[in-house]
Design a binder for this molecule. Structure first.
Ligand SMILES: [Zn+2]
Length: 399
């Protein structure tokens, strides 16, 4: 009797989201699921399907989706955080919380390069990366999970440095090319060392972003062979079309399209990936904060741009910012599947859009209205303060 009691899990947080009008999986293989209910226990998805088939008893929290659309929370694959919820780049506070109101629940740092006085010596850059990894693991503005601690490559780094970084918990490099290493041979060597110790890499692609940054062309990108071809559409200055097409064809790596890049080059990348039948390589980021500022709606704007002008169904474009990125980056969020993070964005068509449904409105180039954001099973925001107002919003009926 006593044993039985202690074996029972105590105080489980059981979140039920019911009355979902459309469930988007984030998975390109099957972007739309035939389901109206999701059950999450202690922040992880445990079941989804038709309400009658799901054990909704003993819920500690219930959300009535009111027929709106549920998708995995959006992932921004390319941000440049510095410390806390402050960016010195445009001297703004609260930018991460604002992005959460744009549906972003997970961010990936491409380097904390805007840090005033950023150290460029090897000991200093390692210390800064470890600090950022620790600080952003512990501090989550609006609940957003920020994967940070992304050192940029500087000359003088040796294999042991990558081993040290990995041992200390660093899991990725900042954009190759933003530090002093800008040649293909050195980048290739360091990216290979990083990969050997389980550290993922990304590379700046295109012309210089700001004074002090520099050109990285297709030859350097191909030689470096980083895991992610960072802002393949430039940040903002793009490579010539034939170089972008060559990168899509010759490299097997992820194709990252960013908001703060060249839109035409982004559409070319999308078209080329579609022709190659490799849409699973397309992932999205904002590349912000940057010279172009802070864009709380950057990811939904990119989804609407690629869907409306790139002729991909809205549910597919949403996969670019969810399941695709999760798979490329080995994240536990981004897909509606058992065991995945209970991290969601609930959307509806914006008020007075010409689109008949949420998906049609995105395909017509309009932004979705966000009605609720849930991170790790907890409601982070209700009606978004930043998107156009959603026609219908979900309601917390038990909390
Ligand atoms: Zn860049």
């Amino acid at each position: 009797m006593v044993q039985e009691e202690s074996a029972k899990p105590k105080n489980q947080a059981r979140l039920v989201i019911r009355n979902i009008g459309l469930l988007l999986s984030g998975d390109l293989e099957q972007p739309i699921l035939d389901a109206d209910t999701v059950l999450a226990v202690d922040g992880k998805i445990t079941a989804f399907g038709k309400e009658k088939d799901i054990d909704t008893e003993k819920a500690t929290a219930v959300v009535d989706a009111k027929g709106t659309t549920l998708a995995p929370g959006l992932i921004d694959s390319h941000v440049h955080p510095v410390a806390g919820d402050w960016t010195p780049r445009q001297n703004q506070l609260g930018w991460i919380d604002s992005y959460m109101h744009g549906g972003v629940t997970t961010m990936i740092s491409a380097g904390e390069v805007h840090t005033p006085g950023r150290p460029k010596d090897v000991v200093g850059l390692k210390a800064m990366a470890i600090f950022a990894q620790r600080a952003f693991t512990a501090f989550r503005p609006g609940g957003v999970r920020i994967h940070a601690g992304a050192p940029v490559l500087e000359h003088g780094m040796v294999e042991e440095d990558f081993k040290d970084l990995a041992t200390a918990g660093v899991t990725m490099l900042g954009e190759v090319g933003l530090g002093s290493v800008k040649d293909g041979a050195t980048a290739h060597q360091m990216v290979a060392w990083a990969r050997k110790y389980g550290i993922q890499s990304t590379i700046h692609t295109g012309g210089p972003s700001i004074p002090g940054s520099s050109l990285i062309d297709k030859d350097v990108v191909l030689a470096a062979d980083a895991d992610v071809i960072g802002h393949i559409n430039g940040g903002h200055t793009a490579l010539p079309d034939n170089q972008i097409q060559t990168l899509c064809e010759k490299s097997p790596r992820a194709l990252e399209i960013v908001h703060n890049g060249n839109e035409r080059a982004g559409l070319l990348t999308l078209r080329t990936a579609a022709e190659l039948k490799q849409l699973q390589r397309v992932i999205l980021g904002t590349d912000s904060p940057a010279g172009s500022g802070v864009q709380p709606l950057g990811i939904v704007r990119l989804i609407a741009l690629l869907s409306s002008l790139g002729n991909v169904p809205a549910q597919v474009a949403i996969c670019f910012a969810t399941g695709n990125t999760a798979k490329v980056r080995n994240l536990s969020c981004g897909l509606i599947a058992s065991g995945r993070d209970a991290t969601f964005v609930l959307m509806d068509k914006a008020q007075h859009t010409a689109g008949r449904t949420l998906l049609k409105s995105i395909e017509a180039g309009d932004l979705p209205g966000i009605g609720m954001v849930i991170i790790d099973g907890v409601v982070s925001a209700q009606r978004s303060r930043n998107t156009p107002p959603a026609t219908q919003v979900p309601e917390v009926v038990k909390a």
